[in-house]
Design a protein around this ligand. Structure first.
Ligand code: BG6
Length: 482
């Protein structure tokens, strides 16, 4: 007997900046992610290429716009191949497809009075194609991607002017697509701002007068307000639609049972959950306000922020889950440089080729924790294994990916048995796309291989991997046969 409910939403996830391509077509403007250049791994010294994008480098990239390699601009060419891609997803039996809308395709600079009709038409065509096969779109209104003009003029989300500009854009897409899209997410991984302000908030902290934490929490405050205003608008104008909060879930373990380690872990968890507290309960938790006081975080709250947050609480929680973290109260422990947040190495876990700790049971733990705390349905909108795949005789034998996913799906089944209300599962990068942290094609997540390399060489043809057939069977048996 399947542990998964009959209406469980099986599918996969993408983001426009990393997948769509067609950056210069249909009167699209450019986003700040279009200016992250590819850096050869030998010059990266294990760092994420996005971490290396300083303001100085950004200016150089703008000057050398025509000669540098910007993989996000190409994505995986979904713009031209969406029909073929959606047919492949349908063949796998997808019930849902997570994608995002490119803000710069709708409002090229962010300032226009009227939206770009060609951009609006493109997403209508995509949604129509999905519905042709009975696939439900799950739309992220902003997956890291801001018009670059707003980075240049306003330093992105540090500036409160971003709120109105974003709300204008979000209302446009809600009005336009509310009959075609039921499930919406506001900001992708809203907490990512703390780790990568350029990617997540389109801003350079070095250009701000504020210290690092204040600058990030200021931007986050503006994003929370925007998320709440848009959620309220969706509820008022499209009562059948649902809005989700989206965070990168950082499940943390204490390094030892020393209460000091436990306490530090509790604090980390409170910070991670504070993002959900604000979006699900409509207020800043005391723990976060204490943290602000203790860490000299100084931000200006917008007028009526308490009312705005209260009136715009979400309908469900969504998370990305790739790894878990180890926390110690003692400084100077050996760090795991691979994990997205640089915490300690967990000796009980294997790591991916990029050093991400693989922890399926952690997913079951996290689903239980979040459900105990919020009692809201949870959608796992990102999970998967980034790997270096090899195309041999038109396919990839990615048993490693199947193993990873099997164990994570078992963990979800376990959480459902535990009583957690899980709405669906969209594995990350179901068709290979550009890595967000590495800005390269070499780190692949898909069931479908895209024949393109880090330099954009290749046919961009699609090939089914072994995991394609495996996932097709998982969906067909509603998760009973893994
Ligand atoms: C999530 C992001 O953090 O992780 C995605 O929402 C990203 O945009 C994914 O692609 C995987 O990370 P990476 O760096 O391996 O692409």
């Amino acid at each position: 007997m399947s542990k998964f409910p009959q209406n469980f939403l099986w599918g996969g996830a993408t983001a426009s900046a990393q997948f769509e391509g067609g950056y210069a077509e249909g009167h699209r403007g450019k986003s700040q992610l279009d200016y992250i250049d590819y850096i050869d791994p030998i010059h990266r010294n294990n760092a994420h290429s996005t971490d290396l994008l300083t303001y100085e480098r950004f200016i150089k990239n703008k000057e050398q716009e025509d000669s540098k390699n910007f993989p996000n601009r190409r994505g995986s060419d979904f713009y031209h191949r969406y029909k073929e891609d959606i047919a492949l997803l349908a063949e796998m039996g997808f019930k849902v497809f997570r994608m995002s809308i490119s803000w710069a395709r709708i409002y090229p600079t962010g300032y226009e009075e009227r939206p770009n009709e060609e951009g609006l038409a493109f997403y209508h065509q995509v949604f129509q194609e999905l519905h042709k096969y009975g696939i439900e779109p799950l739309v992220t209104i902003i997956h890291y991607e801001n018009p670059v003009t707003l980075t240049e003029d306003l330093n992105g989300w540090e500036n409160p002017k971003m709120i109105d500009l974003f709300v204008k854009y979000a209302k446009t897409v809600i009005d336009e697509y509310k009959d075609e899209v039921t499930y919406w997410l506001g900001f992708n991984e809203i907490n990512a701002c703390l780790d990568n302000p350029y990617v997540s908030a389109g801003m350079f902290v070095e250009k701000s007068d504020k210290n690092y934490l204040s600058c990030c929490h200021q931007a986050l405050h503006h994003q929370f307000i925007a998320q709440a205003l848009v959620t309220k608008y969706l509820h008022e104008t499209a009562p059948n639609c649902k809005m989700g909060a989206m965070i990168a879930r950082l499940e943390c373990y204490a390094q030892t049972c020393d209460p000091a380690d436990e306490y530090q872990t509790l604090i980390e968890d409170q910070i991670n959950c504070s993002f959900l507290d604000i979006m699900c309960r409509g207020k800043y938790p005391k723990t976060l306000l204490n943290y602000f006081r203790q860490n000299e975080v100084d931000i200006q709250m917008v007028n009526d922020y308490e009312k705005i947050l209260q009136e715009g609480v979400v309908d469900f929680i969504s998370i990305s889950y790739y790894m878990s973290y180890v926390i110690s109260s003692k400084p100077g422990q050996k760090e795991n440089p691979g994990n997205l947040m640089k915490t300690l190495v967990n000796p009980y876990l294997k790591q991916s080729a990029w050093g991400w700790a693989i922890d399926p049971l952690g997913l079951r733990i996290t689903l239980n924790r979040l459900y105990d705390k919020y009692q809201l349905p949870i959608f796992i909108v990102e999970n998967g294994l980034g790997a270096r795949d090899q195309l041999i005789q038109n396919t990839v034998n990615d048993d490693y990916r199947i193993d990873y996913m099997r164990e994570h799906i078992k963990a979800i089944a376990g959480a459902i048995e535990d009583g957690v209300d899980v709405m669906g599962y969209t594995s990350w990068g179901c068709i290979d796309l550009v890595s967000a942290s590495m800005t390269e094609m070499s780190k692949r997540y898909g069931f479908i291989y895209v024949d393109a390399d880090d330099y954009g060489k290749g046919t961009y043809n699609r090939y089914k991997k072994a995991s394609f057939y495996w996932y097709q069977h998982v969906i067909a048996t509603n998760g009973e046969e893994l």
